[in-house]
Design a protein. Structure first.
Length: 280
């Protein structure tokens, strides 16, 4: 791990309990380009995640082609169609394309279109946070070498993080959360591994057997693709190992977190995971 990446993570540890901070407050180096590169690398490794604001967008080639088809058969709703159409001839802002909508609604619509490749977006990272995999990495796998200069403030952040983790572990049973990511060293996780990870995350995060799906995605994508994880969760549900329930109130979550749910043809996405006692 590069020194700038280590300093990036240690800075985040100063914001317990969720270790979520605005990217603008993290300055592991004087060069913003190096900070942004470290941020992307940590996201790619699954150690951190982020919320993204779409600043400007335009319709992609796929989006333009989609609008040429019969509107009644398009796999998009009227709002999404209007947004793509608004960006046909020029790059515009969400506010210009979706007047009358809240900022959250604009970002949610455009994030969905961007994910499907129907628009090309200019984005800016807003907040970053440590994922469960990132926390486990810092507890069990982080082994920096060399003689870099690390401030005592960053060292204090790390010691505080370890003390909180140790206190939490001492108050629970003897099961180790390291079991949750042993699969990362070898093959893709089995359904049994995924179920164990769900239980471990629920325990570590204190979600009361009502775990939001985005925590599982942060830990398992990669090595799994989104579709592979979706199918695994549906299998666990069919085998009466877990229950999946929908999100009724989205105000407490970011648009990216809401989009992590299992999309349904009718109603909101399946968002929460409950493991059944029979699977314990």
């Amino acid at each position: 791990m590069e020194v700038v990446e280590l300093k990036f993570l240690l800075t985040m540890l100063g914001a317990p309990p969720d270790y979520r901070v605005p990217l603008s407050t993290i300055r592991p180096t004087e060069k913003l380009s190096e900070r942004n590169r470290a941020c992307r690398q940590l996201i790619d490794r699954g150690l951190i995640d982020c919320s993204v604001e779409i600043l400007r967008f335009k319709a992609s080639a796929a989006g333009q082609a989609l609008l040429k088809h019969d509107s009644a058969r398009l796999p998009i709703n009227d709002t999404e169609r209007s947004a793509i159409k608004a960006g046909l001839t020029e790059t515009i802002t969400p506010g210009q394309a979706l007047k009358g909508f809240s900022e959250y609604e604009r970002q949610s619509v455009l994030a969905s279109l961007s994910e499907r490749g129907l628009v090309q977006s200019e984005t800016r990272i807003q907040d970053v946070w440590l994922t469960p995999s990132g926390q486990l990495f810092l507890q069990y796998e982080c082994d920096p070498q060399g003689n870099p200069t690390i401030s005592l403030n960053l060292l204090s952040n790390y010691l505080g993080f370890l003390r909180r983790a140790f206190t939490s572990s001492s108050e629970t049973d003897n099961s180790s959360p390291i079991q949750a990511f042993l699969w990362r060293k070898s093959a893709k996780p089995s359904d049994v591994d995924i179920l164990q990870l769900i239980k471990t995350l629920d325990h570590e995060l204190g979600t009361g057997n009502y775990l939001p799906i985005f925590y599982v995605r942060q830990s398992l994508q990669p090595p799994l693709t989104r579709d592979e994880l979706d199918q695994a969760l549906y299998r666990l549900q069919r085998n009466d190992m877990i229950e999946l329930s929908s999100l009724q109130e989205s105000a407490a979550y970011s648009s990216e977190q809401v989009d992590s749910g299992l999309k349904q043809d009718i109603g909101g996405p399946l968002f929460f995971i409950t493991f059944l006692e029979t699977s314990a």
